[in-house]
Design a protein around this ligand. Structure first.
Ligand code: BJW
Ligand code: ZN
Length: 262
């Protein structure tokens, strides 16, 4: 981990310097930030009953039309995996940063916008407000008339649920491949990326669009791009690479920001 904050050449020091000078910061998180909470990343190999399936082959509307029972059972299984998971030091550090109304080195208020691709609610459990680009694991809606399905659900049961309005099957309120992102969340993300001085990409493989294009959008408007990942993506858009786990780097980063501004 590059936490050698005392070395002015280190990526960590460069990141701290960029952030304390930034009026607007845009943070995009992906599955890697929840990995240390025990939630498998999207592109990890699946386990148990599901080891012969690729997540990519289940998270799309064609798979649901072909075999709604299979896709629903997969989500119910994932819900049982995720339901007892708690935020880790990375989620807590982001909340600590945002909630104290940060300021820049020159004393201006710093605006920090948090955007996530994750369908879990660990940012919210940690106290943060995040724009969810890919929906919510805990919400459901009708696959046909799109109305929300709000009755409580037994995650242990694989039985398909039926929409009371139109008789269609109930599906998770998640953005699958080939589907549009929620308009409000996406507009918020595009605006934050295009206005920020620093864009921080945390725990994402940056292969799923349009979210993966936000760093490029920020860069095209002059932002500095920081990546936090134990397996750097080597994307040309990245200016400062913080190689390591989010749960190690973010608490150190937030502590260094506090030290530099107090
Ligand atoms: C750690 C760590 C630790 C580990 N600390 N880090 C070109 C332009 C635009 C669109 C496309 C395009 N080409 C293709 C498309 C279409 C498609 C797409 O992007 N496909 C790509 C695969 C190429 N995009 C779409 O379909 C999107 N919609 C769309 O484009 O609408 C317009 C349209 C409509 C109609 C036709 C065509 C276009 C929708 C995308 C929705 C994505 N949904 C998913 C599924 C959610 C369901 C679910 O969870 O069940 O969202 S896909 C999946 O990937 C999930 C994630 O949010 C998303 C991103 O994954 P993420 O978060 O990056 O996770 P991983 O696992 O990939 O990476 C984890 C990272 O963490 C790794 O780098 C690790 O190293 C790191 N890590 N431990 C920090 N401790
Ligand atoms: Zn319906």
């Amino acid at each position: 981990m590059n936490t050698a904050a005392e070395n002015p050449q280190s990526p960590f020091h460069q990141a701290v310097h960029a952030i304390i000078s930034a009026r607007k910061v845009c943070i995009l998180t992906g599955a890697g930030i929840s990995a240390e909470s025990g939630i498998p990343t999207f592109r990890d190999k699946q386990t148990g009953l599901w080891e012969n399936y690729r997540a990519e082959d289940l998270a799309n509307i064609n798979a649901f039309h072909r075999d709604p029972q299979l896709v629903w059972s997969w989500y119910q299984w994932r819900r049982t995996l995720v339901q007892d998971k708690k935020p880790n030091p990375a989620h807590h550090a982001l909340f600590e940063w945002v909630q104290k109304t940060p300021s820049t080195q020159s004393g201006q208020t710093q605006e920090v916008v948090l955007i996530t691709q994750n369908v879990d609610d660990l940012h919210e459990q940690a106290g943060s407000t995040a724009a969810h680009l890919h929906g919510h694991l805990w919400k459901n809606r009708c696959a046909d008339c799109h109305k929300p399905y709000e009755a409580p659900i037994d995650y242990q049961s694989d039985a398909l649920l039926i929409c009371e309005h139109c008789g269609g099957y109930v599906r998770p309120d998640i953005v699958w491949f080939g589907e549009m992102l929620p308009q409000q969340a996406w507009q918020h993300a595009e605006l934050a990326a295009s206005e920020c001085d620093v864009f921080i990409s945390i725990g994402t493989s940056s292969i799923v669009y349009p979210a993966a294009g936000l760093a490029g959008l920020a860069k095209s408007h002059g932002a500095t791009i920081i990546e936090v990942n134990p397996n750097p993506t080597n994307a040309p858009v990245v200016d400062i690479q913080l190689e390591g786990k989010a749960g190690d780097i973010l608490p150190a980063l937030v502590a260094a920001l506090n030290d530099n501004l107090t």
